[in-house]
Structure formats: structure tokens, C-alpha cells
Design a protein around this ligand. Structure first.
Ligand code: GEM
Ligand code: ZN
Length: 449
């Protein structure tokens, strides 16, 4: 699907460009009101495959809007993975916001035009697009900075000037603490008072992450051109100026995800960009520079979602004249990365009566990071091609193991049927499931921002 896809998109290009240009050029910067109008215009044009919802409001009460694409908007269909794109978390890094508006217009137009690749994506996936996580910061940047001025920090933070990519609970610290005991590194719990410790935008996005079982995601930034993958925080962040690679247990998968973007991008993979060199256009976050309380690591440590951070332009507020070219350089990459959500293993977890089991843990031998089944009992485990020993477990049930082979295209489906365990064999994992009342709460303080 991946290789053939590029060819599938190209025939539509001239018509698409002509359409955009005729419509008075969609390649322009969108202030908040313009962005909202653009998203609703897409919804009005493609009402049966889109839905608009807000996950909450910013400090200055602007909505954090999401445009959702699916053949059944508003509904999670079992075995159809959920995907998200988030842009403009730093208000002054604006290319992601524009590219995501372009992507929404593209998905809608191409679906209408009968593009089979796009139609298939919409039938098999639920795609959530949040063009701006920091609409307040954007307005500051657009007013005081604008495209012509290269102020580096104006509008980066939210209205209270908090950097939202330094505002998530520090689950890396908790993971390192757990390494001394059971080594747990997934669905790590939040401190009791986490809601009081984070900004409204962060709070809304965390609740969004908890309400949808996202499988794959990217967070769009600017200021460099590179695909950055977890961990962002190095093991010893206190050693200043020294950068150490902090690998997740899923390092190979993350590197592959990052490469998917960089090689499908016009020039990211070449490595030399904005005066920096990144081999293959990818980097481990911590090996670049260490960052605490970022969103990327939080996704991996608190949810089932694998997130990478895409740095997409040297210029954080690029001139309008560059937007059409940037769209062409990123369009295939945005679609190809999205398609990666269909790799690995997926399936259902049932009990003996065919009732779905929520929050079952799926473990892959050799990769020390579990994912859990969602409310419908479905699970998604991104993996590279290969043969894996996979285990499903849930409290009160006997563990079930299988050997599953993953090919290069599409996800392999494997369902688990768990039998009730005899009382003495019940596996009691204290830390099971994030909604489990028995799970320990983090006592770590989030500390000053
Ligand atoms: C970043 S995020 C990407 C880089 N991550 C690491 N660990 N070096 C940030 O938040 O500082 C860059 C950006 O703002 O775009
Ligand atoms: Zn940024």
C-alpha cells in the first residue's frame, strides 16, 4: 500500500492545485476565526465522513477544535485504529497548523473525487486532526511577530506564557523510579492533583488522550527539519550539555515510523537542514537535547499511543509564499505516516462467553512495553514484520499465548479468548489498567514549570 500510494496521489495533483488556487489560494495563514471557518467549510463539504468537536478551551476560551474523518464519524468501530495529528502546540510554530488545514481539505476533496487510497484510509481508520493546540499563542505570534519577523519565542507559550511541551506530568521520572521495583512502563498513573498542576490546554488534551484509544500520532512543530522520536528526556537530564540517546523498548518501531515521514518528505531525509545534520532526517529526542514534561513521552508512558514529533520548517513562521511548496513537500509524508497505523497486530480479547474484555494487557516477548485493549475489547500493537510470541492477560483470567507473524503490509489480526483462571492461579497484577481503582497513584510532585 505504501509504495503504490505515491503514484495513486499524483494524478489528482494538478486538479487539486488548480482548485486551491482558484478558490483564492488556500495557502495562507489562518488566524483563529479563519481556521474555524476553514474547518467548518470542510465539514460542510464532506458532512458524512467528518465531524467537528472541541476537546476544551484555551486560557482565553478559544476552542481546541478537532476535525475527525471516518466513514462513521463519532463512533469507534472495533478493530479500526484511532489516529491523531496535533499542530501548533507552540503558538509561534505555524506551519503544522496550515499543513493540517491543507490535509483536512485534501482528505475531503480526494474522498469526494473517488481517490481509492484516501477512501480506504477513511473506511479503515478514524483520523483526528487538531490543527492548533495553542490558539492563544498563535494570536500573539500573528499579531506581534507575523510572518515577516523572526522573533524566536513570541507566542511560543500559551496566554500565561507556559510552554505546553514542558507542561505534562513527568512520567519519565516515575518510570525510572519504577525501574527499581516492577519495571512497569505503560499506563503510568497521574498524580491525584494533576488537573490543578497543568494548563487548560494540557488538561484538555490529556483528557482527550484518555477518552480515545489512540494508536499512533504526530505532533507538528517548527524551527528545524527532522522527525524526532522518544524518549525526549534523557536518563540523566541533569548532565547539562551532554546528550544521551534514550531508547524506548520500541526503538526500532519508532525509528521506522520517523523514517517513514522523513523519506516521504521532500528533503527531510537528506539530513542537512537549517544548519544541522540529522542522519536520515531522524533523531532520538534525548540524543538531540533532553526535554522534561513533553507530550511525546507522555503519550507512550500513559496511553497506548505511539507519538513522534515532527519539526517541519527552519522558519517557525514561514512566509505565505512558501506554504504551497511546503504542502507539496509534506503531503505524501502526512498520508504515508497515517497509513503506518495499520501495521503490526490487532485483534479482540474475549472471555469464554464472547464478551469483550477491556484493559487486557497485550505483551510481546522481547519488547518490554505492553498495550491494553480498549472499551470494545480491541487492541492494536504496532510491530515491524517478524514472528512474535504474544500474550494476553487480564485479572481473573488465565494467561493466553500465541505465536503471530506480521507481514510487511496491513495488520495481522489475532483474537484472544481468555478462560477464567482457577482461584489459586489468578494473576494479580497490582498495576493493571489505568482506570483500575486499585492502581497506585503517583506521589511524585510535578514541580515548578
Ligand atoms: C521541541 S520538541 C522536539 C525536540 N525534542 C528533543 N528532545 N530535543 C521542544 O519542545 O523544545 C522543539 C520545538 O519546540 O519545536
Ligand atoms: Zn515547538
Amino acid at each position: 500500500m505504501h509504495c503504490g500510494g505515491r503514484a495513486l496521489l499524483l494524478p489528482w495533483l494538478p486538479a487539486l492545485l488548480a482548485g486551491f488556487l482558484a478558490a483564492g489560494s488556500e495557502f495562507r495563514h489562518h488566524r483563529y476565526e479563519d481556521m474555524v471557518r476553514a474547518l467548518f467549510a470542510v465539514h460542510n463539504r464532506c458532512p458524512y465522513v467528518t465531524r467537528i468537536y472541541s476537546v476544551g478551551r484555551s486560557v482565553e476560551a478559544r476552542h481546541l477544535y478537532v476535525l475527525e474523518f471516518s466513514d462513521n464519524p463519532g463512533i469507534h468501530e472495533p478493530l479500526e485504529p484511532e489516529f491523531k495529528y496535533v499542530g501548533n502546540m507552540h503558538g509561534n510554530e505555524v506551519l503544522g497548523r496550515e499543513l493540517l488545514i491543507n490535509l483536512c481539505q485534501f482528505l475531503c476533496e480526494e474522498f469526494q473525487a473517488g481517490n481509492q487510497r484516501v477512501a480506504r484510509l477513511l473506511y479503515d481508520t478514524r483520523i483526528h486532526v487538531m490543527p492548533s493546540m495553542n490558539p492563544d499563542g498563535y494570536e500573539v505570534a500573528a499579531r506581534q511577530q507575523g510572518p515577516e519577523f523572526n522573533g524566536y519565542l513570541v507566542g511560543r507559550g500559551n496566554a500565561r506564557q507556559v510552554d505546553l511541551n514542558r507542561n505534562f506530568p513527568d512520567l519519565n521520572a516515575l518510570m525510572y523510579y519504577y525501574e527499581k521495583s516492577d519495571g512497569r512502563n505503560h499506563h503510568l498513573p497521574l498524580p491525584d492533583n494533576w488537573e490543578q498542576q497543568v494548563e487548560p490546554e494540557t488538561r484538555a488534551v490529556i483528557k482527550w488522550m484518555q477518552n480515545y484509544n489512540f494508536v499512533l500520532s504526530a505532533n507538528l512543530h517548527g524551527g528545524a527539519v527532522v522527525a524526532n522520536y522518544p524518549f525526549d528526556k534523557s536518563r540523566d537530564a541533569r548532565i547539562r550539555g551532554r546528550t544521551t540517546y534514550a531508547a524506548t523498548p520500541d526503538d526500532q518501531i519508532f525509528r521506522n515510523l520517523a523514517r517513514t515521514y522523513s523519506y516521504a518528505h521532500g528533503w527531510m531525509h537528506k539530513g542537512w537542514n537549517c544548519g544541522d545534520y540529522f542522519d536520515e532526517g531522524i533523531t532520538n529526542g534525548a540524543s538531540w537535547y533532553s526535554l522534561s514534561k513533553g507530550m511525546q513521552d507522555f503519550n507512550y508512558l500513559h496511553t497506548n499511543c505511539f507519538e513522534i514529533t515532527l519539526e517541519l520548517s527552519c522558519d517557525k513562521f514561514p512566509p505565505e509564499s512558501s506554504l504551497a511548496g511546503e504542502w507539496l513537500a509534506n503531503r505524501e509524508a502526512l498520508v504515508a505516516f497515517l497509513e503506518q497505523v495499520h501495521h503490526g497486530i490487532k485483534g479482540m480479547v474475549y472471555d469464554e462467553n464472547n464478551n469483550p474484555i477491556e484493559n487486557a494487557e497485550i505483551s510481546v516477548s522481547g519488547i518490554d512495553h505492553d498495550v491494553t485493549s480498549g472499551a470494545d475489547g480491541d487492541y492494536f500493537r504496532l510491530l515491524l514484520p517478524g514472528t512474535y510470541a504474544v500474550t494476553a492477560s487480564a485479572p481473573g483470567y488465565a494467561v493466553s499465548s500465541s505465536t503471530v507473524t506480521v507481514g510487511p503490509a496491513g495488520a495481522t489480526q489475532h483474537d484472544f479468548y481468555l478462560k477464567k483462571a482457577p482461584k489459586q492461579n489468578v494473576k494479580t497484577k497490582q498495576h493493571h489498567g489505568r482506570r483500575n481503582a486499585a492502581s497506585p497513584k503517583s506521589t511524585l510532585k510535578l514541580g515548578p514549570r
